[in-house]
Design a protein around this ligand. Structure first.
Ligand code: PDD
Length: 281
């Protein structure tokens, strides 16, 4: 495998950044995960737009022009011979002597691009069974709309999910309402057949898959409501599912050990999953 690190393509085992990289010391950086399907980037434009937004929100300069980044992404996919898989892009505030204040503006941001293959049949097999989730207090900062590499609460919540035999943790705010998953957006389908997913304010990441699924739902003539829902509402729902670039739509069949609906993957999640790649760019 080959990784792109600050201007060079290097063997994956030797790909490294400096110990004083601000990403390493302060989680001072942002990232994107973009799917590759059949050799093509899925929704790259939207992912790159969100990268630019995330960088802007924490005032890191774009490390290279977008056209150049596009070339690097393509080249990284090509050199790793990825047909189906994911591209990871990470940008940090660069390398500087440890100091909380921003480094001198002349400090170049660090950029890393990796690509790896995955067997899409694995996720498809999982989607046939559905996944279990647990709930956990949302103890993250108030700007999770920025896709930062500061993911410690997400890591801890997901590890707790794993320990409980689940795949994802749903963060719950102070009012008992679900914000999102540790690495996914959360959805339910109400008894009336309405899709509900939390409004994209600063309490969730505005998932690209979430946006595309709204378009898919519209094409399938399904109604979508952007509002918060409670854990109780999710337990009483007909279906629940999560979305992300790595999961598309993944049915949720248990929440904290209780079945959702009939405890089996639902029709809406399946339909969204099937039609996702038609609507993705
Ligand atoms: N995670 N919410 C959070 C907290 C996420 O980390 C992600 C994505 C999403 C879904 O966003 P999108 O549909 O654009 O992938 C929502 C990526 C996949 C990750 O961290 O690996």
């Amino acid at each position: 495998r080959i990784a792109y690190v600050n201007g060079q393509y290097v063997p994956h085992e030797q790909a490294a950044v400096h110990i004083e990289d601000r990403g390493y010391q302060f989680a001072d950086g942002v990232y994107e995960v973009c799917e590759v399907s059949g050799g093509r980037m899925v929704d790259q434009r939207r992912h790159m737009e969100r990268l630019v937004r995330s960088l802007g929100e924490i005032r890191i300069a774009m490390p290279m022009p977008m056209a150049a980044l596009d070339v690097v992404i393509r080249e990284t996919v090509r050199r790793n011979r990825v047909r189906d898989g994911f591209v990871y892009v990470q940008v940090t505030r660069g390398v500087a002597r440890r100091d909380h204040f921003f480094p001198d503006p002349s400090t170049p941001p660090s950029i890393v691009v990796t690509a790896r293959s995955v067997d899409p049949r694995k996720a498809d097999a999982l989607a046939l069974k559905g996944i279990a989730v647990i709930t956990a207090p949302d103890n993250r900062w108030e700007r999770v709309d920025i896709k930062t590499i500061g993911l410690l609460p997400n890591v801890l919540a997901k590890e707790a999910a794993k320990a409980a035999g689940a795949r994802e943790a749903w963060f719950v705010d102070g009012q008992g309402r679900v914000t999102e998953g540790g690495s996914t957006n959360a959805w339910i389908v109400t008894a009336e057949g309405k899709l509900v997913t939390r409004q994209a304010d600063t309490a969730i990441l505005r998932g690209i898959t979430r946006t595309v699924m709204m378009e898919v739902a519209e094409k399938l003539q399904l109604r979508v409501e952007e509002r918060a829902f409670t854990v109780a509402e999710a337990l009483a729902a007909r279906e629940a599912f999560v979305t992300s670039a790595t999961n598309f739509a993944m049915p949720v069949v248990r929440i904290d050990g209780h079945p959702v609906g009939e405890g089996r993957p639902g029709r809406v999640a399946r339909a969204l999953r099937e039609h996702f790649h038609e609507s993705a760019e």
